[in-house]
Design a protein around this ligand. Structure first.
Ligand code: BGP
Length: 464
C-alpha cells in the first residue's frame, strides 16, 4: 500500500472494556441486548452476560496495547463509551474518572507510536436517553450528544487526530434501537425511524463542524456498514430492487459526504407518509461534510423480487438471498473479497473522498491448543480481502488505512456471544463467564505482523 498507510485494528468499548458500572459508568443501549442485536431488548438489563464483562480491556489495556504494538500497529480504532463520560447523558458536568481512563489509554498508545482513531458512538448511547427520550427521535438526545462530543473533542484535542462520529450509522435501518436508541414507535413506524435518522445525521454534522472549528489538524469521518446489494438475477425488477436497497446505505453517506439529502429520499418519504420536523438551521448544519468515508466491510448481499427467494431469506441479518457463487462463514455471512474491491471502487467513484477501512474480519469458532490457535481460515479470509484492497488501490482508489476487526477476541455484536471469535489474540473467556481472561497469540497474529512490516501482501514473485 502507499507510504504512510495506516495499518491497525479496531474494537468498540462495549465489546471489550467490561467494568460496566464502575467508576460512575452507567448502562448503554448495548447492555440491554440480551443476545446481541438479533435478540430481544431488556431495558431493565437483567442478565446480558457477557457484554458486561467484555474482555476486561478496562483493566488489561496495557497488556493488550503492548501486543498491538508487537504486531506493528500504526493505528488503533476504539470508541469512547459515552456512558463513562456522561453516565445518563443528562449530567451537566462530565465524569472525570471516565476522561482520565481514556487519557491513560491514549498515552499508552502514543508510548508505542500508535495513533488512536476514536468513534464517538459505537452503539453506546446512554440507556437513559433511549428510555426517557426514545433516543434520537428527540432533539434532547441531539443536545446530549453535542454536550458529550464537545467535551471529548475539546479534552482530547492534543491526543487524538482521527475521529469518527457514529459507527455504522445506517444500522438505523435494521436496528433502530442499537443505531439510534429507539424503543417506541409511532403508528407510522417509518415516521419514527426517519425522524431519528434526521436527528442523528444532524448530531453527526454538528460534531464534524465542531471538530473542524477547534482543530484544523484533525480529520473526522463518517462510518457506514458497507457491502453491495447485487441483483439476484439480471431481471430488470431485481436490478431496480438492488438499486433501492443500496440507497438505504448510501443515503447515510450521501448526506454526510455531500452535505444534503439525495434526490431519491423525497419520494420515499412521500410514499411512506413521513414528514421530518426540521428547525431552520438544520439544512445548514448538514453542510458540514466529513474528511473521509469510513466503512466496515464483511459481506455482499443479493436482492430478489421472487417471492419464493424472499421467503428463504427471512431471518438473515440483512434478509439477503443466498448467493450461489459464494461460500459462507459458520454464521452464514457470504465471503466475497471481489465485492470488497467493487465496494471500494464504487464508493470512490461516488464521492472522490479517501476511504478508511475501519472493519473487516472473520468470525469463527477457534480452538485453543497448546497455547495457540491455528486459524488458517481467518488468515485466508484476511489475505483475500487485503489483496482485494491492494487491487482497489491499483485501480486508483484512495485508501487511508485498514483496521482489522479485531486484534482481540471480544463479545459479538449481533449474537452477544464469545463463541464467535474475530481476534488475532485469543482471550480465554467463555459464554458462561468462565475462563482466566489470559491472552494467547494466534497464528494470524504473526501473519498480520508480517503483512504490516511488508506494508501489504506481495503478489507471487513481486515485492509490495
Ligand atoms: C459490525 C460492528 C461491530 C462488530 C462487527 C462484527 O457490524 O460494528 O461492532 O461486532 O460488525 O459483527 P458480529 O460481532 O455481530 O459478528
Amino acid at each position: 500500500m502507499k507510504k504512510g498507510f495506516l495499518w491497525g485494528g479496531a474494537a468498540a468499548a462495549n465489546q471489550i472494556e467490561g467494568a460496566v458500572l464502575e467508576n460512575g459508568k452507567q448502562y448503554s443501549v448495548s447492555d440491554a441486548l440480551i443476545h446481541g442485536m438479533k435478540g430481544e431488548i431488556d431495558p431493565d438489563v437483567r442478565g446480558c452476560y457477557p457484554t458486561h464483562r467484555g474482555v476486561d480491556f478496562y483493566y488489561h489495556y496495557k497488556e493488550d496495547i503492548r501486543l498491538f504494538a508487537e504486531m506493528g500497529f500504526k493505528v488503533f480504532r476504539m470508541s469512547i463509551a459515552w456512558t463513562r463520560i456522561y453516565p445518563t447523558g443528562m449530567e451537566t458536568e462530565p465524569n472525570q474518572n471516565g476522561l482520565q481512563f481514556y487519557d491513560r489509554v491514549f498515552d499508552e498508545l502514543h508510548k508505542y507510536g500508535i495513533e488512536p482513531l476514536v468513534t464517538l458512538c459505537h452503539y453506546e448511547m446512554p440507556l437513559y436517553l433511549a428510555k426517557h427520550y426514545n433516543g434520537f427521535e428527540s432533539r434532547a438526545t441531539v443536545e446530549a450528544f453535542q454536550r458529550y462530543a464537545r467535551t471529548v473533542l475539546d479534552y482530547f484535542k492534543e491526543k487524538v487526530k482521527y475521529w469518527v462520529t457514529f459507527n455504522e450509522i445506517n444500522v438505523m435501518m435494521i436496528s433502530p434501537f442499537c443505531g439510534g436508541g429507539v424503543i417506541r414507535y409511532r403508528e407510522n413506524r417509518a415516521q419514527t425511524i426517519w425522524q431519528a435518522t434526521h436527528n442523528q445525521l444532524l448530531a453527526s454534522a454538528w460534531a464534524v463542524r465542531y471538530c473542524h472549528e477547534i482543530n484544523a489538524e484533525a480529520q473526522i469521518g463518517c462510518m457506514i456498514a458497507s457491502g453491495p446489494w447485487y441483483p439476484f438475477t439480471c431481471r430488470p425488477e431485481d436490478v431496480f430492487l438492488a438499486l433501492k436497497k443500496n440507497w438505504q446505505t448510501y443515503l447515510f453517506s450521501d448526506v454526510q459526504v455531500r452535505g444534503e439529502y439525495p434526490f431519491y429520499i423525497y419520494k420515499y418519504w412521500k410514499d411512506h407518509g413521513v414528514t421530518i420536523q426540521m428547525e431552520e438551521e438544520d439544512l445548514g448544519i448538514l453542510k458540514n461534510t466529513v474528511d473521509f468515508v469510513g466503512i466496515s466491510y464483511y459481506q455482499s448481499r443479493c436482492a430478489s423480487t421472487d417471492p419464493e427467494e424472499q421467503e428463504k431469506a427471512q431471518g438473515n441479518l440483512f434478509q439477503s438471498v443466498r448467493n450461489p457463487y459464494l461460500n459462507i462463514t459458520d454464521w452464514g455471512w457470504p465471503i466475497d473479497p471481489k465485492g470488497f474491491r467493487y465496494t471500494l471502487n464504487m464508493l470512490y467513484d461516488r464521492y472522490q473522498k479517501p476511504i478508511f477501512v475501519l472493519e473487516n474480519g472473520f468470525g469463527a469458532v477457534d480452538v485453543l491448543e497448546n497455547g495457540t490457535v491455528h486459524d488458517t481460515y481467518r488468515i485466508e479470509y484476511l489475505k483475500s480481502h487485503i489483496v482485494a484492497m491492494q487491487e482497489a488501490e491499483e485501480d486508483g482508489v484512495e485508501i487511508m488505512g485498514y483496521t482489522v476487526w479485531t486484534p482481540l477476541d471480544l463479545v459479538s455484536f449481533s449474537t452477544g456471544e464469545m463463541k464467535k471469535r474475530y481476534g488475532m489474540i485469543y482471550v480465554d473467556k467463555k459464554d458462561d463467564g468462565s475462563g482466566s481472561g489470559k491472552r494467547y497469540k494466534k497464528d494470524s497474529f504473526y501473519w498480520y505482523k508480517k503483512v504490516i512490516s511488508d506494508n501489504g501482501i506481495a503478489k507471487e514473485g513481486e515485492h509490495v
